[in-house]
Design a protein around this ligand. Structure first.
Ligand SMILES: O=C(O)CCC(=O)C(=O)O
Ligand SMILES: [Fe+2]
Length: 302
């Protein structure tokens, strides 16, 4: 199995990254983060990750720590999301116009981009490999995608990634497979890259966190996904209805209004290191106000 294409941040263009992704479904960009961004991510995220509990299921990883809501924890997410070798690349795969009829006019309509998920992931010694999966499973996206992706993901190496410490396993070319084909571990290549580099991959590419077979190394990543803006509710219920109003309805209505992580794990919120169903946040028994649920930020607004 051939390695993923690697491109060098200093010399690569967004077209080079697109070409690599079209071929392999994944690409490593060396020197993706500016040194100051890498330092900032380390100092913002490492102490917080240390406080997180490890996962409670095999997919999250019993020896893996996760931290969500990254824009609340580090302002360096903004540099990642708008990186010139990431944002235009995500736009290329996601924001493809489609011709739709409106009255007697056939008009091209395109989606925008939204940040769909943010997560720091620290894989600890002894963690087995994560089951191989496609991240666009949350959207029940059909494969092959014919080039129209729902998600483009970036995983930045905050520490070195090696084949032994949990470097992400990727199956090159698997973005072209149909839905019936089973991914095999023997088809994967480990992502090996120094801190400051990044792996970009399509939502349709099979991948998973690697096994950490080291005695004491922690593999730390900061990642986010840019998603198609159409995979959401049309009316913004989270702004239109306060948590108190939602909480005053019976649970089936709360879920219909969007306060639920569905059967495909869509809509979770990270609480104490776990990706939980937000319905639990409406059931607070400590009498505290339901407002300010998003106010866990330690980062001062600029
Ligand atoms: O940690 C990694 O390398 C990948 C994790 C992943 O793919 C996931 O949790 O969906
Ligand atoms: Fe994943």
């Amino acid at each position: 199995m051939a390695d993923l294409i690697r491109v060098c941040g200093a010399t690569a263009s967004a077209d080079d990254v697109v070409a690599a992704l079209e071929r392999d479904g994944g690409v490593v960009i060396e020197g993706f983060l500016a040194p100051a961004t890498l330092d900032g991510l380390r100092s913002d995220l490492m102490p917080r990750l240390e406080q997180q509990a490890t996962g409670r299921d095999a997919f999250s990883g019993f020896n893996t720590r996760r931290l969500g809501a990254l824009f609340a924890h580090t302002r360096h997410c903004a540099e990642i999301a708008t990186h010139p070798l990431y944002l235009p690349v995500a736009e290329h795969f996601i924001c493809r116009p489609r011709d739709v009829w409106v009255g007697d006019q056939l008009r091209p309509v395109a989606t925008d981009l939204r940040v769909g998920v943010t997560q720091a992931i620290q894989i600890g010694p002894g963690q087995p490999a994560q089951p191989l999966h496609r991240d666009d499973t949350v959207f029940m996206w059909k494969h092959p995608t014919e080039g129209r992706e729902g998600r483009v993901q970036v995983i930045c190496a905050v520490s070195d990634f090696t084949a032994d410490n949990g470097g992400t396993l990727v199956i090159p070319g698997s973005h072209l497979w149909d839905d019936g084909r089973k991914p095999e571990v023997s088809e994967t290549v480990p992502t090996e890259m120094p801190a400051g580099s990044a792996l970009i991959f399509l939502g349709s590419t099979f991948h998973g966190g690697g096994a950490n077979r080291t005695a004491s190394e922690f593999r730390t990543a900061a990642g986010l996904a840019l998603d198609a803006s159409n995979v959401r509710q049309e009316e913004n219920m989270y702004l239109a209805l306060s948590p108190e109003v939602v909480a005053s309805y019976p649970e089936p209505i709360q879920r219909l209004l969007g306060w639920a992580a569905g059967r495909n794990h869509m809509g979770w919120v990270e609480v104490d290191g776990q990706m939980v169903d937000p319905i639990h946040l409406l059931r607070r028994s400590d009498g505290k106000s339901l407002t300010g649920l998003g106010a866990r930020s330690q980062v001062e607004a600029a």
